[in-house]
Design a protein around this ligand. Structure first.
Ligand SMILES: Cc1cc2nc3c(=O)[nH]c(=O)nc-3n(C[C@H](O)[C@H](O)[C@H](O)COP(=O)(O)OP(=O)(O)OC[C@H]3O[C@@H](n4cnc5c(N)ncnc54)[C@H](O)[C@@H]3O)c2cc1C
Length: 343
């Protein structure tokens, strides 16, 4: 939990007198306005309207929508967003080229300005349904309660067993051309992939560069038609097994093959397999789809009543902008549901 926000302005004497007067008027007003001042004491409470597990882009966006709707929100965050290693984040309006940390820090500062929102640094390790909602336990053993849960927990990319791969991930081993393709346009580029996935990826990346090679890391499983098509587009296929990536601080210089030969590239793309970053939604009964994402409806509701999910854990349209949009939607929809239930 955090101390009171030091960025809140201190008041001049005149403002103080004005606000004291306002407070007296407020005392004579009915419940709704009093409720705001009552909520100022919520920071030590363990009961919340909503607990958001995951406090990166999507979770913070959900919190802002809920906090502004006067809902008591607890964010529990383990501080491990998937893009941490990438030097610059792109394709998010107003923040293009900033580091992931800069974007997250500004977002957190803005969210923490709301006294309806509490931030807890740590890991949620279990969740349980209760008569009134849900309880969430964190690794220290502390338990928090809420009427609704939002999971904004992201996904964990699995790294293939190639030396140097994880060092280059997000720097020159790229997951998405919309995030990083412009910066390596027209460069000598490799695709690490095979079969249908490799073929689909190389077709997409051909938009950003003509200097393309498909590295299948073993025998190609492309169809004859796919192989012909790549030949027609002057795209080479290399089937040698990869031993490691030679790099300088994550910037790939050479692919080193098991036969001792090497190939120079400036950037590579890879579509890794992944797993859900957090297993609590599944443990609570939320269904996953065939691709391994949490199933949600257009209101970001999972298949379990009262549980929402947003961000990378529900979609392959993986971007900061999209995660923020889904988080905002989850926050608005969860708060609207509570408002209508309580009316
Ligand atoms: C290498 C890389 C580079 C990228 N570059 C770009 C880019 O340039 N532009 C762009 O738009 N997008 C980019 N993306 C995509 C973007 O980073 C994601 O779409 C975005 O981070 C998803 O946000 P999220 O909030 O859903 O999940 P994440 O940002 O992954 O955050 C999930 C949070 O949940 C927390 N968490 C998980 N489980 C628990 C738990 N049990 N208890 C507590 N906390 C938990 C994690 O610690 C983490 O803080 C990139 C992705 C990668 C992998």
């Amino acid at each position: 939990m955090n101390d009171e926000n030091p960025t809140l302005p201190s008041h001049s004497r005149r403002e103080f007198i004005k606000q004291s007067g306002l407070a007296l008027v407020t005392l004579s007003l009915p419940y709704p306005i009093l409720k705001i001042s009552k909520d100022n004491n919520m920071k030590n409470n363990k009961n919340f309207d909503v607990i958001i597990v995951g406090g990166s882009y999507s979770g913070l966006a959900a919190a802002m929508a809920l906090g502004r709707a006067l809902k008591k929100v607890l964010i529990i965050d383990g501080g491990k967003p998937c893009n941490a290693q990438t030097p610059h984040s792109h394709n998010f309006l107003t923040q293009d080229g900033k580091t992931p940390l800069e974007i997250a820090t500004l977002a957190k500062q803005q969210v923490e300005n709301y006294d309806t929102i509490t931030f807890f640094e740590g890991l949620a390790n279990s969740g349980k349904k209760t008569n009134t909602g849900f309880e969430v336990q964190v690794t220290s053993g502390k338990i928090f309660w809420a009427k609704k849960l939002i999971f904004a927990t992201g996904i964990k990319d699995e790294m293939p067993n190639i030396e140097g791969f994880s060092d280059c991930w997000g720097i020159s081993m790229l997951h998405c051309p919309y995030c990083h393709g412009y910066e390596v346009r027209n460069e000598k580029t490799g695709i690490l992939g095979n079969g249908e996935h490799g073929y689909e990826l190389i077709k997409l990346i051909s938009n950003w560069t003509n200097d393309l090679t498909l590295y299948t890391n073993g025998p190609s499983s492309l169809t004859i038609e796919q192989t012909e098509m790549l030949k027609k587009h002057q795209i080479k296929i290399v089937e040698k097994e990869i031993q490691k990536l030679e790099h300088q601080k994550g910037y790939i210089q050479n692919i080193i093959f098991r036969d001792g030969t090497k190939a120079a590239v400036k950037a590579m793309y890879s579509r890794n397999s992944f797993e859900q970053h957090c297993s609590i939604p599944e443990a609570l009964g939320c269904e996953l789809n065939d691709e391994g994402y949490i199933k949600v409806n257009p209101s970001q509701e999972t298949t379990i009543d009262g549980i929402y999910a947003c961000g990378d854990n529900v979609t392959r349209l993986r971007s900061v902008a999209n995660s923020v949009a889904m988080g905002t939607a989850a926050g608005m929809m969860a708060s609207k549901k509570m408002i209508l239930e309580q009316f």
